[in-house]
Design a protein around this ligand. Structure first.
Ligand SMILES: Cc1cc2nc3c(=O)[nH]c(=O)nc-3n(C[C@H](O)[C@H](O)[C@H](O)COP(=O)(O)O)c2cc1C
Length: 341
């Protein structure tokens, strides 16, 4: 209700300024994670999530407000992407609201305060609730695989899971790490840096993949026993859009990504035969969207763009809508509903 009233004013601001205000407002919010033992509790990659709805990476890039986001009803929060060294990102403007399309285009370019600052901040929080740390490489790095290994070493002790992000379209060449040879070498370096006792490693992929890429990624992820695949990041594709910002370069997210991200989830479900947990993300804005993703094979779901349009109340609305659908369709547990379509 409050967000509906505030939104017209927020939307007169440029999107980055509005995002800064959202982070500032969240700082003042309660920091209680959802209590354990509810009807949507689910275990994925050895972690017990109070509910399956997460805040996707990119909202809290520097790990400033994970506990406040958990306090809004999210079952988990993925902070980042964080790179070894601080980095300014691309020149502004680099974030665009496509209100008529319920979409966002961004070419932020991994703007973040760097690993030492984020690690200090995350080390200072009380460890409650599930917080994943999404790691990236610096744009000017001479050895990107070494960046991921270094990030793993620094962040593993602070993370409930690590998300290896090789799917941002805004760091030139980054997505080439999804290619078969490079991906194996990257994951071997990350898993070695993590050691035997570290948190599970999730891999976040782009939606813009060919069938052969999907099979190769699935094979490598299964072989390396990853904790989960996060499907997907923003798209460089441009389905028909109405907004005046539709020609901006960058990654598209929100409603126009929904069908593509759902299709990719189904592709990865087929390619992995259900043997690897999937996190569904892209264009989810209602409980029905989340439920469809779960039925298509997602053990967990995430959102970002819908929060821009709906405000933080979206987490509780979607979680209670999933709970309703679980009961309505006669499933005893969330895990039973996963992939049941
Ligand atoms: C402004 C913005 C910044 C983002 N930054 C990151 C990032 O740093 N790392 C990452 O893995 N994904 C990032 N994402 C992608 C989201 O995590 C998510 O995969 C994508 O937006 C699709 O979900 P949505 O349609 O619910 O927004 C970003 C998205 C947006 C809109």
């Amino acid at each position: 209700m409050f967000y509906r009233l505030a939104r017209p004013a927020l939307f007169t601001l440029n999107p980055e300024r509005a995002h800064g205000l959202a982070i500032a407002a969240l700082r003042a919010m309660p920091r209680r994670p959802a209590p354990p033992g509810g009807p949507l509790e689910t275990t994925v990659a050895g972690l017990t999530f109070p509910n399956p709805l997460g805040m996707a990476a990119g909202f809290d890039k520097d790990g400033e407000v994970p506990d406040a986001l958990l306090g809004q009803g999210f079952g988990f929060v993925e902070v980042g992407s964080i790179t070894p060294r601080p980095q300014a990102g691309n020149p502004k403007p680099r974030l665009f609201r496509l209100a008529e399309d319920r979409a966002v285009i961004n070419r932020m370019g991994f703007n973040n305060g760097g690993a030492p600052a984020a690690a200090a901040r995350l080390a200072a929080r009380a460890r409650q609730g599930i917080v994943g740390i999404n790691i990236g490489a610096n744009k000017d790095s001479a050895d990107r695989i070494a960046d991921y290994a270094q990030m793993t070493q620094v962040m593993a002790p602070l993370a409930d899971y690590l998300a290896v992000n090789i799917s941002s379209p805004n760091t030139p060449g980054l997505r080439a790490l999804q290619d078969e040879g490079a991906l194996g070498a990257l994951l071997d370096a990350v898993l070695e840096a993590r050691g035997g006792a570290g948190p599970p490693v999730f891999l976040k992929v782009a939606p813009d993949l060919e069938p052969a890429d999907i099979d190769a990624i699935a094979r490598i992820a299964l072989d390396r026993k990853l904790g989960a695949l996060i499907v997907s990041n923003t798209t460089i594709a441009r389905p028909p859009l109405r907004s005046r910002h539709k020609e901006e370069a960058g990654g598209l997210s929100g409603a126009p990504l929904k069908d593509l991200a759902l299709q990719r989830l189904r592709d990865f479900r087929t390619a992995t035969g259900g043997a690897l947990p999937l996190v569904g993300v892209g264009g989810i804005s209602t409980a029905e969207d989340a439920w469809q993703r779960i039925r298509a094979g997602a053990s967990l779901v995430q959102l970002y763009s819908a929060m821009v349009y709906e405000g933080p109340g979206i987490a509780r609305r979607i979680v209670s809508g999933i709970e309703h659908r679980l009961r309505r369709d006669g499933f005893a547990t969330l895990a039973e509903a996963v992939g049941s379509e």
